[in-house]
Structure formats: structure tokens, C-alpha cells
Design a protein around this ligand. Structure first.
Ligand SMILES: Nc1nc2c(ncn2[C@@H]2O[C@H](COP(=O)(O)OP(=O)(O)OP(=O)(O)O)[C@@H](O)[C@H]2O)c(=O)[nH]1
Length: 345
């Protein structure tokens, strides 16, 4: 091989240089593309990071709001596991039941339900696993001091897959007491405190309904009407008459059995519903009541002695309804009245 001429070697190194430069340009282009792709990726990561940060802030905000609502709510709120263990309760819940913060978390929901309300409460809660969306029910729930409060519960079914139950409760003890008081006023006679005519009708209807279902659930009805009560008012005044009515009511109330229902129908008329009493029992009851009424009543200035006419009717499924039965008792009472105070069946 001969040595290259200078012009030949120059041309070669120029080609190499051009090739070298072309390679570098390509590399630079590649690098450029890489850099811009990295830039895009970094940009994307920034965006993801930003949206994650935003999401996290939202979650944080929701958690804080939930906590605030949970603790500031005046309603009693609780979260329990589906097995009934308290998981979280709010201040209102603890306060209403007299427990210190966190103290209730050692209890199960059913630990504090009144024994008489347990079965019904269990039935209500069971409905949630039987496809019912939300249950609402009342029960008596134990306060730390041992007394029971009436609570109204609203519990939606747990979210599928969740092992928690959410419940809202309201203390309705006062409302219940008011309702009971209103019912008492509506069903009792203001002067004597005995059940009134409205309650008597309710009891009579209920006794008849029981008799229709179970023919052995017979009962007796005694209708009492004081004899010559009007002259007491006329001689001694209306207030003295009231005293007599009250005294007689107390005596009759003291002689009756716990299951008997004694009512003042109005004026000087009384009624006694005696479940399970037959003719002999009814006679004995009537005699006992009459004896109590015949005892003198001290009205301050004088002693008042009264008598009573009593009509007795014995219920049987042969009566078409309570009205027909009451009519028979009424007629018996008027017969007694005509016979001057004897009892009549
Ligand atoms: N003091 C008082 N009197 C009442 C009350 N409600 C009704 N009376 C009176 O009770 C009397 C009842 O009337 P009657 O049953 O006809 O009087 P009575 O003298 O017992 O008549 P007999 O049953 O036929 O013997 C009336 O004078 C009513 O004004 C009340 O709340 N207080």
C-alpha cells in the first residue's frame, strides 16, 4: 500500500468530521426529544401531585366537617358494629345518658335496652338485614343513674360490605310523659280520678273483642247509681256532694281487684268491669260495694248516708255487641232502682 496523498487524507478527515457532526446532531435531537418527554412526564407528575393534594385537602375537610357535625349535633348519634358493639358516639349521646367521654365504647347497644323492650328492638334491627331501608322505633334505654329514658331511634340499613350501623336517637321521655298525662286526662274523671266513660267504652269494647276470640274470657259488668244523691247537693251544697262522690270512689277503688276496671260514668253513676267474674262473684262484689257505699261519709258538718242500686250483666258470646250488653246492664240497674236499691241481674 502506498502512502495517501495530502489532499486525499484531508478529504477523509472532512468526511469523518461531517459524519461525526451528523451523529452529534442526531444525538442532540434525541436528547432534545428525551428532555421534552421528561418535561411532559414531570408536568404530568406535577398535575397528579396537585390533584392528589387537592383530593387530600377535600378528604381532610370532609373528615373535619363530619367530626364537627358529629360532635355538635344535638341529636344523639352513634356508630356501632353490626354485632352491636359501640364504635363511636357523640357528646349528645353521652350527655343524654349520663356517661363520660369514651365510657360507652365498652358497652354493646343491646346492653342498655330495657328488658321488656329487648325482643321488639331486636325484631326492628333484624328488619335491616331483611331488605328494609330504614327502621324507626322507640324503646327505653338505660341512663347511667339506672333510670330509663324513652328514645326514638332511626337506623338506616348498613352500606353493603360495611360492618357498621349508623343510628340517630332522640330523647322523647318528656314527650312520652306529656302524652301519658294527656291520655290520663282524656281517660279519667277529674273529680274522682277514676276512669271515665270514654275509657269505660274502650275497655268494654276490648273485653268484648277478647270474648269473641276466646269464649272463656267472660266478665261481669256492674252498673251502680247512687240513690237519692240529689238531696245531698240540695241540703249540703255541691261541694259536699263532691266530697261524697270522692269518698265513695276511694272506697270502691280500694275494694276492687287489680284486674277490675272501675269507672265513673258521670254524675252519681259508676261501673265496674270484672274480668272472669261469674254470677256468684258478681253478687259478692255488688254486696261488698253496697256495704262500702252505705257506710256514712263525713262531710264536716254532718255524716251522709247513701244507698245504691246495682245492675249486673254477665257477658257471653250470645250478645251481638257491647251496646246490646250495656243495655241489659242498664235495664237491670233500673229494675234494682225500682226495687229500692236491691241488686238485679
Ligand atoms: N256534687 C256533684 N253533683 C253532681 C255531679 N254530677 C252530677 N251531680 C248531681 O247528681 C245528681 C244525680 O241525679 P240523680 O241520679 O237523678 O239523683 P238521685 O237523687 O240520685 O236520683 P235517684 O237515682 O233516682 O235516686 C244531680 O243532682 C246532679 O246535679 C258532680 O260532679 N258533683
Amino acid at each position: 500500500m502506498g502512502k495517501l496523498e495530502p489532499s486525499q487524507s484531508e478529504a477523509l478527515s472532512l468526511r469523518e468530521l461531517v459524519e461525526h457532526l451528523r451523529c452529534r446532531a442526531e444525538n442532540l435531537e434525541l436528547l432534545d426529544r428525551l428532555v421534552s418527554s421528561f418535561k411532559q412526564e414531570v408536568e404530568h407528575h406535577h398535575q397528579v401531585a396537585d390533584s392528589l393534594k387537592h383530593g387530600l385537602q377535600l378528604v381532610q375537610q370532609i373528615v373535619e366537617e363530619r367530626e364537627a357535625f358529629f360532635n355538635l349535633s344535638l341529636d344523639m348519634l352513634c356508630i356501632a358494629t353490626t354485632s352491636g358493639q359501640f364504635h363511636k358516639v357523640n357528646h349528645a349521646f353521652e350527655q343524654a345518658l349520663g356517661y363520660a367521654p369514651g365510657e360507652l365504647l365498652t358497652y354493646k347497644f343491646f346492653d342498655l335496652v330495657h328488658p321488656d323492650d329487648l325482643e321488639r328492638t331486636q325484631q326492628e334491627v333484624n328488619k335491616l338485614s331483611e331488605g328494609i331501608d330504614t327502621v324507626s322505633f322507640d324503646n327505653r334505654y338505660q341512663h347511667k343513674n339506672g333510670e330509663y329514658r324513652w328514645l326514638n331511634w332511626t337506623t338506616p340499613a348498613p352500606i353493603p360490605g360495611s360492618s357498621f350501623l349508623y343510628a340517630v336517637a332522640r330523647d322523647i321521655t318528656l314527650q312520652r310523659q306529656r302524652d301519658a298525662h294527656t291520655l290520663f286526662l282524656a281517660s279519667h274523671d277529674a273529680l274522682t280520678g277514676l276512669a271515665n266513660r270514654w275509657r269505660f267504652n274502650e275497655e268494654l269494647e276490648a273485653s268484648f273483642a277478647r270474648l269473641k276470640r276466646h269464649t272463656d274470657k267472660t266478665f261481669a259488668l256492674l252498673l251502680l247509681d247512687l240513690d237519692k244523691f240529689k238531696p245531698v247537693n240540695d241540703h249540703y251544697g255541691h261541694q259536699a256532694g263532691d266530697l261524697v262522690l270522692k269518698a265513695i270512689s276511694q272506697r270502691l277503688n280500694a275494694t276492687k281487684r287489680e284486674t277490675d276496671v272501675l269507672c265513673r260514668l258521670g254524675g252519681d253513676e259508676f261501673a265496674l268491669l270484672a274480668p272472669g267474674a261469674d254470677a256468684t262473684d258478681a253478687d259478692l262484689i255488688a254486696q261488698r260495694m253496697r256495704k262500702e257505699i252505705q257506710r256514712p261519709v263525713d262531710i264536716g258538718d254532718a255524716d251522709v248516708t247513701l244507698d245504691v242500686s246495682i245492675g249486673i250483666a254477665l257477658a257471653s258470646e250470645n250478645f251481638s255487641d257491647a251496646g246490646a250488653f250495656l243495655k241489659v246492664a242498664d235495664e237491670a240497674m233500673y229494675t234494682a232502682k225500682r226495687n229500692k236499691g236491691n241488686c238485679a241481674h
